[in-house]
Design a protein around this ligand. Sequence first.
Ligand code: GLA
Length: 735
Amino acid sequence: MRDEPDFEESCEESLSGPFEDSESKPHHLELRAGGALLAIEASAGMRPVLIYAGPDISGITGEELALLATRQHAPGTPSIPLRGSLLNEIGTGISGPSGITGHREGQDWALDLRVVSTKMVNGKSIHVRCEDKKARIGTNHVFEIDASTGMLRSSTSVDNIGDAPFQIDWCAALCLPFDQRLERFLSFTGRWAQEFQIEEVALFNGSIVRENKSGRTSHDVFPGGILACRDTTEQSGLALGFHLAWSGNHKLRVDRHSDGRGFLQLGELLFPGELRLEAGERYQTPQLLSVWSQNGTNGIAQAFHRFFNDTVADPRTRNKPRPVHFNTWEAVYFDHDEDTLIELAKSAASVGAERFVLDDGWFGGRRNDATGLGDWWVSEDVFPNGLHQLVKTVRELGMEFGLWFEPEMVNPDSDLYRTHPDWVLGADSVEIVPFRGQLTLDLTKKEVVTYLFEKISKLVNEYGIDYIKWDMNRDTHHPGSEGKGAMHRQTMAVYGLLDRLREKHPALEIESCSSGGGRADYRILERTDRIWTSDNNDARERQIIQRGAAHFFPLRILGSHVGPRRCHITGRELPMAFRVGSAVFGSMGMELDLRDESEEDLAILKAGIALYKKHRHLIHEGSYLALPSAKGTNLVGCVARDKQEAFFSYAKLETDLATLPQRIHFAGLDPAKDYQLRMIWPETNPSISSPSIVDQADLQGKGVRISGAALVDFGVQPPLTFPDTCLFYHLRAFE
Ligand code: GLA
C-alpha cells in the first residue's frame, strides 16, 4: 500500500524527524502564501481543528481566528461545542458524514484521532500527526500552499499501528470547511462527446454526493468543482475551486450540516474490502487541490493554469511551443494504407502540421474495434514493410511522429487474449459488462506490465516515436484481481507503467485520452503532456466543452482539432473559418480527410494554423479569461502578464434575439493604456450588412486606437454575422 508520490515522501521524511514540543495549551499553526491562509489548531492530545482555509486576511493570527470561530451553545445540542477535526471522524460526535470510516473486524470503528505532534517545514508546509491509541490507527496530514497561486495541496495517510488488519472503507484527503456564503455548487458533468458541462446546484441542508466508479475520471463525474456565492460571476466574488488529483474511482461530497457549517470531501471511491491495511501498512489518499478567488471563477482558472505550468508541467514541454497535430482518426478510421497515409502526411505538412499522429488501426489484426487490441506489433497485412516509409516521410516533411496505443485493454479476439485469457480484471461469478468489445487488462500482475512495457518500448526505439496518444476506452465495472477489488492498485500500476516508459524514453511525449476527456486530472498529468479534451469536433459544441475544461486545465494542454466539414458526431455542417477559429484556443490540431476539403478551405486552414503559431505564446502563457457572454455567444481571451498584448475570441453560436448582438466588454486590460484594436480572424469581413464597424474602424486593416478603460467599460459593437462565426480581436498596447 506504500504508493506515495514525491510530495508525500517528503512529508514522510519530515514526520520521522523531531517534532515540536507538545503543549497542553492551544497550539496554532498558520500558513500564508500566494494570497491564501490556512490556520490549524493542533494541540497535543486534542483533536486537530481546521479553523480557517481561504483568502488571506491580513494581520490576523490563528489564535484570533479560533476566538472568532467560537461556537455558541444552542438548545437541544450537545453541552460542549463539537468543533470537528481534519476528518470529522465518528469519535468527534459531528453529525455530518465522516471523512474516514473503517473497522477492525467490526471493532475500532469509532475513531477519535488526537494530535501527537506537529511540524512546520521551512515555513511552507504543515504536518500533523494524529493517533487513536485505542483503535491503533495513525494519520498524517500534510498541507502545503503554493507561493505563486495560493493553491492548497492537502492529503492524508493512514497507518495501521495495530497488530491486526484494519479495513478502510472511506478516507477523504480532508474535510475542508468552507465559507457559509458559498451557496452554489458548480459541478462538471456530461457524457461521452459532451465533457465538462457545468451543472449548477443550490446547496441545501444535507449532502450532494457524486460518485465515479468507471475506473477513469469519467465523462460524467469530473473529480472537481467550484463553490460560489450567490453573486459570484466570472470576474467578481468569492469562489472556491477544488480538484482531486486522481485518475481512478472517486467520491466527491458537499455537506451542509444543520448548524450551517459546510464541508467538502474528496477521496478515492473504494470497492468493498478493497483497502485492507495489514499491520504496519499505510494508505495514502490522493491529493486534494483547492484554491480561493475573490475575483470570480476566472481567478480559480488562472490559479489552476499557473499552478499547472509552474508545478505540474514537465520541464521538457513547459517551454516547447505546442505543435500543431494532424491526427488520422476522423480522416481514415481503421482504413489504413501506406500510400493514403503518406498523401495525408504531405497535405498535413503543407497546411502547417508539426506532428503526425497515426491513430488506431495500425497493429495486429486491428481492422475494426472488435479485434487486435493487445497485439502491439505493426500489422504485416497493412504495412508489409513496417512503418518505416511513413515515418521517414513524416520526418522529411519536418513533423514529429506520434502513434496511438490503448495499453490497458485487450480484445478477446486477439493473440494476447488467446494466450493469456487470465490477464483481465473481473469479479468471480459476475459477467463482465460488454463495452466496445474489449476487456481491461490486470495491470496489478507484474507480467502484464512487463509485456506492455516491452512491446511499447520496442516500437518507440524502432521508429523513434516522439509521441504516444495513450487511450483507454471502456469503463471498468468490477475490477477484481485475485478475488479482491483492485482499482486502486490498477490505477497505481498505470502510473508505474507510464513512469517507466518516461524514464526509459525521456524525450517521449504522451497524451492522455479516454474516449476523449474521460481521464483528465493532475495526477495523470504528472506523466502526460496533453489531454484529448473530447471526441466531439463539432466547433459549436467544442466552444462550450473547452470553456468548461479550462476552469481546471490550461489551454496549452487541451487538444482541440479542426474536424471535417460535416461533423461525424453531430452531423452538423460548419464552415472552415469557424472550425479553425474554434481550435485555436487550445493545443491546436486537425483531424479530417484533407483530400475532401476544397482548395479555398485548405487555404483558410493554412492561414488559421499560421495565426495559431504566431500567437500561441500568448494563448498559452497569457492570463486566461472566460468572460460573461451574451446568450448564444462565447467570449474568452488571453492577456499577456504585462498587459501589453491581448487576444480575444468571440464565437457566435446562435442568431440574436435583438436586432444587434450585445457589445463586447473586454477585460484584463490596463485602463490607463491605449491599445490598437484589430480583428484578425476571419480573413474577410464577416459582416452580413453594411455599414459595419469592421470597415468604419478599419478593424481588419490598421485598426483603431482606444483606451483600455473604454474597451472594458464601454466595449465594442461586434458586427452582425451569421452564427457559426468566430472573431479574433488582437490588442497591442502603445508604449
Ligand atoms: C477513442 C479516442 C478517439 C480515437 C479512437 C480510436 O474513441 O477518443 O480519438 O483515438 O478511440 O479507436
